[in-house]
Design a protein around this ligand. Sequence first.
Ligand code: ADP
Ligand code: MG
Ligand code: MG
Length: 481
Amino acid sequence: MSVKLEDVLKDENLIKNIEEIAKDTALLHGVLMRTKETPNSPEVVSYAPITLFPTPVPTALFHQALAVQTHFNRLVDRVSQDPTFLEETLASTIKVDDFTARLFSIYKQVQQEHLPQSIVLGLNRSDYMLDHRPGGGTSLKQIEINTIAASFGKCLTQISLASRTPDVHRHILKVANLPEECDRVLDNNPAAGLARGLAKAWQLYGSERAVVMFLVEEVQRNIYDHRYVENELWKRNIPVIRRQFEDVCRTGSLDQSKRLFVDGREIAIVYFRNGYMPQNYTSERSWEARLMMERSLAVKCPDISTHLAGTKKVQQELARPGVLERFFPDEPETVAQIRATFAGLYTLDMGEDGDKTVAMALANPDQYVLKPQREGGGNNIYGSEICEVLKNLKNSSERTAYILMDKIQPVPVQNYLLRPGAPLRPNSCLSELGAFGAYVRKGKDMVFNECVGHLLRTKSSEHADGGVAAGVAVLDNPLLV
Ligand code: ADP
Ligand code: MG
Ligand code: MG
């Protein structure tokens, strides 16, 4: 970190002066959210939570994350196209995890029917933390890869607002008398990349009347993040509608060639900003709606197989020796680049390997994170709780609902978190860097494969599990050093 930023962080008067400027600037640049009180009304809006200053990130590690992203795109896609791998990998998990089992049964059904659509649109976000080992330097380690709702709709992770925050931080740096730092905050526009992917897939679908449907939640606090992508599509004369599971249940149908219709409109693409956690399926009918969409000719972002490719169990399996080679038999360089980002991941399947994992976790619980097959933050288990859970499940197949992962140890950085209604205090913070990947495949041809941008999210280090949907992490930008 530059010495000067450190000095500014200690200057309480200056920070006080900047606070209001920072909030106003966030509003001016469209870093917006609806309020908790009125999530479905645009009458009152607020700024979206953001750090006061960008966070130093080593340039080389930042570029490493971006550079490996197109490989991750291909990996996710290849995993999604490998039924034997998915079936074998998830076999133990689906016996004990009802949610994954339901997704898997939709997958099986679609497979048996032979999916009518050969166009695939993927949007994923690979998340990393910078692991610091005393004496061992700092390295980029993947936390997970999100293949569905890669910018969670629930609360405040943002694919679009990420393009608005660089200008906010640059302005703050100037006001804080650090103008020379501005060039280290890069432009970023993942939503434009997503819109290009959506537009490409829409063209390939090939019907001018057909619309892109955003499948959204009832609570729409994060709507401005969606609107940005929607408006990018409208600019290209691609019509967009927003619907909920309930609407698809009520008015959705397939015609003889499995074209999907909702409210009388033909759907070219279903873009899922919902459907990634059990609570999203409020009734049997939501599941029926998901099945109908998956069976349809509409392009799904993501389709059910790509959704499953993003499970934590798949992540753990990919980290086993030899498994990446299965997907890239002739590309040792690609394998090496991907593998370099993997942290230690361990199976809890029944058997010797799983027993070893349990023993390891019980001996040193503080070095690991225990993860169920869930999304949206707030589900992981740490420290002594790992012992409690594993002691109970030790010899039960229920342990296979989880995987174990090495705990990544980033160095905390001082910053201030701006949140509506919360007093500004200095915080010891941890950051997570995400790289957005978008791709479109038609049959065997990848017609679009890009890293379309990044996202830095930062939380107070008190919050072990910075699930953004849990409302903990805030928007940030890398300050390249
Ligand atoms: P989710 O799909 O719910 O976002 P994650 O795997 O991203 O699940 O875990 C949620 C949060 O828990 C992460 O954002 C990170 O803050 C923390 N976390 C997850 N895995 C690790 C790890 N291996 N080491 C340290 N922190 C972790
Ligand atoms: Mg996730
Ligand atoms: Mg996550």
